[in-house]
Design a protein around this ligand. Structure first.
Ligand SMILES: Cc1cc2nc3c(=O)[nH]c(=O)nc-3n(C[C@H](O)[C@H](O)[C@H](O)COP(=O)(O)OP(=O)(O)OC[C@H]3O[C@@H](n4cnc5c(N)ncnc54)[C@H](O)[C@@H]3O)c2cc1C
Ligand code: SF4
Ligand code: SF4
Length: 373
């Protein structure tokens, strides 16, 4: 029996066929045997070649000890928001284009600048097709800008990254949810050795994320509240609003979060990562300051990209006040705690649960001892 057959079997037993799978797409398009339909991942056939990349790259499998130390989020603990070099607020100054950004447009502006600088040749973003999210490879500024705005249902971004890696050559920038950023970082740290991939990921822009909806759940919400009308934008205002807001052609619809919460993917409930701890740069909202983003720089790549965008005048920055920073760290720790409780309650003997419960001991010890990070 070849190694991959074992690894594909392990992936199915430990993640893919369980409620731990995040549908990140990292295992799709590495070979013809794993496919995705919306956010459902399926195995078509047993594998016949000896290559365990699907298992090695999946964010929820046991990582190779040689790379585990370099990873935070669901893999290791680097403090409440992971390892970072700086934090601040930012917003886009891209002008002259008709565009919609979720908050400050920092994600879009950074990708545009990365392309202008030649740091990336193309990008993988999430577009809306009808009212549903689809990962897409984009090759110019217009296409990057047209992908602006958050879609709160999950789509398997990393399957498109895998396709881009084999279809072309050059450098790729990716806008990724935290689980997707972890899959990409695992891939970056353990490049394929079979020479199939000519392109590689050189910039990971991570989004903050508390949860994502299943596409079936999103469809149910749309059917109930929106029908077939086109969703222009959607948002989750910070607590205590407790609603999802949907803009349908200028009309504002609200859905209670209690109802929305029923459609959150099960894998999200055991997710320890709110701030995309394995990205180069992580971006979210700023509570109480509309039109701006919170930005956490983590790697040299992320910091120099931001510096370059500020230098070029397409991003404006400011400082994040201490209260907002403390609140973000608290919210991030809270997500970790909720995920740990859920993993303990599920009490299933899956390696992922065992691994994060073990990690949770470290998190709780450090938190109790007030270790500053
Ligand atoms: C499922 C989800 C949950 C989120 N939860 C939080 C949260 O709890 N707290 C918080 O502060 N921020 C959260 N965000 C991030 C926030 O909504 C914004 O994406 C972020 O602040 C960047 O804003 P921006 O104005 O720079 O984005 P823009 O410049 O408008 O760019 C948005 C980018 O997001 C990408 N994108 C859209 N939908 C998806 C998706 N489903 N998967 C992957 N990429 C996508 C697009 O490709 C685009 O490049 C979440 C985002 C998503 C998609
Ligand atoms: S790589 Fe992603 S989509 Fe594939 S099994 Fe792992 S979590 Fe699920
Ligand atoms: S909550 Fe975690 S698992 Fe779910 S989409 Fe966000 S990062 Fe991925």
């Amino acid at each position: 029996m070849c190694g991959m057959q074992n690894d594909l079997k392990r992936l199915r037993e430990e993640v893919l066929g369980t409620d731990v799978c995040t549908a990140c797409g990292t295992c799709v398009n590495l070979c013809p045997n794993i496919i995705s339909i919306e956010d459902r991942i399926a195995v078509l056939a047993d594998c016949q070649i000896a290559s365990g990349n699907c298992y090695r790259y999946c964010p929820r499998t046991i990582p190779d000890p040689r790379i585990a130390e370099a990873l935070c989020g669901d893999v290791g603990y680097g403090g409440p928001v992971g390892n970072y070099s700086n934090y601040l607020i930012a917003r886009s100054r891209l002008s002259g284009k008709h565009s919609f950004f979720q908050y400050g447009g920092t994600v879009t502006a950074l990708l545009v600048e990365a392309m202008r600088q030649g740091l990336i040749d193309y990008a993988v973003v999430t577009k809306a097709v009808g009212n549903f999210p689809h990962p897409a490879i984009v090759k110019n500024e217009e296409e990057i800008i047209s992908a602006g705005g958050s879609k709160y249902a999950l789509s398997p971004t990393n399957k498109e990254v895998n396709r881009a890696c084999t279809a072309g050559s050059g450098k790729i920038g990716v806008v990724a949810l935290p689980c997707q950023a972890t899959g990409l970082r695992k891939k970056q740290l353990q490049p394929r050795e079979d020479g199939v991939e000519k392109a590689s990921v050189s910039l990971i822009i991570g989004l903050f994320c508390t949860w994502a909806l299943s596409q079936a759940g999103w469809r149910a919400l749309l059917n109930r509240h929106v029908g077939s009308r086109f969703v222009k934008a959607m948002d989750i205002p910070p607590p205590p609003a407790n609603i999802m807001v949907i803009d349908v052609g200028g009309e504002r619809k609200t859905i209670p979060l209690d109802e929305v919460g029923k459609h959150v993917r099960p894998g999200c409930k055991v997710c320890l990562d709110m701030t995309a701890e394995n990205a180069d740069i992580s971006i979210g909202m700023v509570e109480g300051k509309a039109g701006w983003n919170t930005v956490i720089t983590r790697t040299e790549q992320g910091a120099s990209m931001l510096e370059s965008a500020v230098g070029a005048g397409i991003i404006e920055t400011g400082s994040l006040d201490q209260k907002a920073w403390d609140h973000l760290r608290e919210a991030s720790l809270n997500k970790k705690e909720q995920a740990l409780k859920e993993a303990e309650a599920r009490a299933k003997r899956l390696p992922y649960y065992e691994r994060i419960i073990k990690l949770g001991k470290k998190i709780r010890d450090e938190d109790k001892n007030g270790t500053e990070r």
